[in-house]
Design a protein around this ligand. Structure first.
Ligand SMILES: Nc1ncnc2c1ncn2[C@@H]1O[C@H](COP(=O)(O)OP(=O)(O)OP(=O)(O)O)[C@@H](O)[C@H]1O
Ligand SMILES: [Mg+2]
Ligand SMILES: [Zn+2]
Length: 371
């Protein structure tokens, strides 16, 4: 799905110091300690999924390196954060710093660009202590560009710091890997996404139900940017934003609808299950995607049934009420029945994907299994 890019909310609410970065404590703690001990490395690789804070942390680090308050005030230095008030910090935030070079490897892949970069690396910073190079989507560099970068990483000038970022870790050559400090940005637990969305909605005076916020958090699949962009898009609606409204705009059934359907099926309520399927379809929600969601949902119930310890894995994907619901359903479910259901829903799903009969295979699978 393509969400509106360039929305204002995600820029407005970009964290300005390490402490404000959510859900990546293993990274922010380590960097803060490095800053306090004045042991920031010359090359980093930030990798992990979209919208989890790679660019955000790179910019914070750039501010820490050049912050004037830090350089002038020992006590402040010991905080391991940028001040966000000195001219150096302000320039980074507004994208005007001459000593923080942000480059998108996806659109600067050529040898010429890398040659320019190499020239630029040799030059001392204009007025700051360090020159910071943030290279986004680094996996997209060409082989030649990688080789040029490698040479630089082997002997970086004392004033240069490299922060490489990528969503595709496997595509970064091992030779680069071995010369950088690596940080894995993890997907954000749904509760944390929900909390930030709720805070933003409050400040922005967006009138929205909790269930609708949960649905947005769920749709964003662990990334803040998408979550904030969807909220942004919804924020322009005049009336109160309900979960139903979000569902119809995204064309996607939320947890409640899917869990209701699963419950009906597990309780062998044929008529009501078919009605629920039809309601999803008639409301214009994508029935093929909903079937996929239903399969994932039942699979989780089966996993919890097999071993309740799986709860630990699911805790990041669900709110506590949702998790409680999953657990209740798993306690009541029959394992053999669940396995058969899953098998035939998976078959139905593959038939539905390219079929003009959309929801019919699902309907048949329900009727067959609930007999
Ligand atoms: N860990 C986080 N805590 C709080 N907000 C975050 C976090 N990560 C991202 N955001 C929000 O999402 C927006 C986008 O984040 P950012 O640009 O840092 O993501 P990214 O990891 O670089 O993504 P991409 O891989 O797509 O470049 C930020 O402006 C901020 O509002
Ligand atoms: Mg980025
Ligand atoms: Zn500063």
């Amino acid at each position: 799905m393509v969400f509106m890019k360039g929305g204002a909310l995600y820029r407005k609410y970009r964290p300005k110091k390490l402490e404000d970065v959510l859900g990546e404590d293993h990274i922010t703690e380590t960097l803060k300690n490095a800053a306090i001990q004045d042991r920031i490395s010359h090359a980093y690789l930030f990798y992990g999924s979209r919208g989890t804070g790679k660019t955000t942390v790179a910019r914070i680090l750039a501010k820490i390196l050049n912050c004037e308050t830090r350089q002038q005030n020992q006590k402040f230095f010991a905080k391991g954060e940028p001040c966000n008030e000195c001219p150096k910090c302000i320039d980074v935030d507004s994208g005007k710093s001459l000593d923080v070079v942000e480059m998108d490897a996806a659109s600067n892949r050529g040898i010429d660009e890398i040659r320019d970069l190499k020239e630029s690396i040799k030059l001392s910073p204009t007025s700051s202590k360090y020159k910071v190079f943030i290279i986004d989507e680094v996996h997209q560099l060409t082989k030649e560009a990688f080789n040029a970068l490698l040479k630089t990483l082997e002997e970086p000038p004392a004033h240069a710091v490299f922060i490489l970022a990528t969503t595709e870790y496997e595509k970064v050559p091992g030779t680069i890997m071995s010369r950088v400090q690596k940080f894995n940005f993890r997907k954000i637990p749904i509760q944390k996404l929900f909390k930030k969305l709720k805070d933003i909605a409050k400040i922005e005076k967006i009138d929205i139900e909790d269930e609708a916020l949960e649905l947005i958090a769920e749709t964003a699949e662990g990334g803040f940017r998408d979550a904030e962009s969807i909220l942004d898009q919804m924020g322009s609606l005049e009336e109160k934003i309900t979960a139903d409204k979000i569902e119809s705009i995204l064309g996607k059934a939320g947890f409640k609808k899917i869990s209701n359907l699963a419950e009906l099926v597990l309780n062998k309520k044929t008529k009501e299950s078919i009605e629920a399927v039809n309601a999803i379809y008639n409301n214009g929600l994508n029935i093929v995607d909903s079937t996929k969601e239903l399969i994932h949902f039942l699979r989780k119930i089966l996993a919890l049934k097999a071993n309740p310890d799986f709860e630990k894995i699911f805790i990041e994907e669900f709110t506590s009420t949702e998790l409680a619901k999953l657990k209740t359903l798993s306690v009541g479910a029959d394992e053999k029945f669940l396995i058969n259901l899953l098998k035939s829903f998976i078959r139905a799903y593959s038939e539905m994907r390219y079929s003009p009969f959309s929801f019919i295979p699902l309907e048949i699978a329900i009727i067959e299994n609930l007999k």
